[in-house]
Design a protein around this ligand. Structure first.
Ligand SMILES: CC(C)(COP(=O)(O)OP(=O)(O)OC[C@H]1O[C@@H](n2cnc3c(N)ncnc32)[C@H](O)[C@@H]1OP(=O)(O)O)[C@@H](O)C(=O)NCCC(=O)NCCS
Length: 219
């Protein structure tokens, strides 16, 4: 394994140790939290600038297409996120292997409404397929959801496929009928593909559709 002299966290890791997992409706059996993830070799922490070498991007490729991201591109994006202060990319590391096995991102959006409040968006949730079914999906989602509350967000939203609505509901997220449609315009496809997409979305079965579910925090 590569040894690093100095590593930089995307955000202060201590904030994760303060999160009270009893506040979440999620049922953990056995009980685990970001501070105590159940195994000595599991660590829940902010993304580090050195995670390029711990398989972070390979993990994301289990979620969607990542592309050929160079180390320089990764470090540039990491610095931009850190400088903005609004990105809370959070990971689970298997410290035995020095490998990132779970990830979720909280993005804090600054608003003028609600007295210049902030809201959270949950993005890029993924657990390495060989580690699934062991509560790590719940652990990483609850971690960033409690973090959003800790940072003063008035709500947190995410887009997901129909089959994952139940998963998020067990973690406190609510689908509001008539008010939770997710709409998208893509700029990374040629116009002909855009037209084809419009047709296929209209004809898509509901299982392929994306829904927005939200978590409201009491004020
Ligand atoms: C979704 C995902 C993060 C869940 O991770 P995980 O570690 O397997 O989740 P957990 O072990 O914490 O499972 C929590 C619960 O959700 C259920 N669940 C997990 N994945 C599910 C899926 N794909 N569809 C339906 N239910 C699912 C589990 O059965 C479990 O239920 P239980 O508590 O009643 O036993 C993981 O399957 C994954 O990375 N999928 C690919 C990427 C993806 O789809 N990300 C979500 C984008 S919105």
């Amino acid at each position: 394994m590569v040894q690093y002299v100095q590593e930089t966290y995307l955000y202060d890791p201590n904030v994760l140790l303060k999160l009270d997992f009893h506040r979440s409706p999620a049922k953990f059996q056995p009980f685990i939290s970001a501070a105590n993830p159940g195994e000595s070799w599991l660590k829940v922490r902010p993304l580090k600038d050195t995670d390029y070498d711990r398989g972070f991007l390979q993990l994301l490729s289990q979620l969607t297409e990542v592309g050929n991201v160079s180390r320089t591109q990764f470090l540039t994006r990491f610095s931009q996120m850190k400088a903005s202060g609004d990105y809370f990319v959070t990971v689970i590391e298997d410290t035995r292997k020095g490998e990132i096995i779970g990830a979720a991102s909280l993005i804090v959006e600054r608003k003028f409404i609600h007295n210049c409040s902030v809201r959270g968006r949950l993005e890029d949730v993924v657990v390495n397929d060989t580690y699934r079914g062991k509560q790590l999906g719940k652990l990483i989602v609850v971690t960033v959801s409690l973090l959003a509350e800790e940072l003063g967000c008035y709500k947190m939203s995410l887009d997901c496929k129909d089959k994952l609505i139940k998963f998020y509901e067990t973690l406190g997220y609510v689908l509001i009928p008539g008010n939770s449609n997710s709409m998208t315009i893509r700029y990374d496809e040629d116009p002909a593909a855009l037209k084809r997409n419009a047709t296929s979305i209209i004809g898509a079965s509901s299982g392929d559709a994306c829904q927005t579910v939200s978590l409201e925090f009491a004020s």
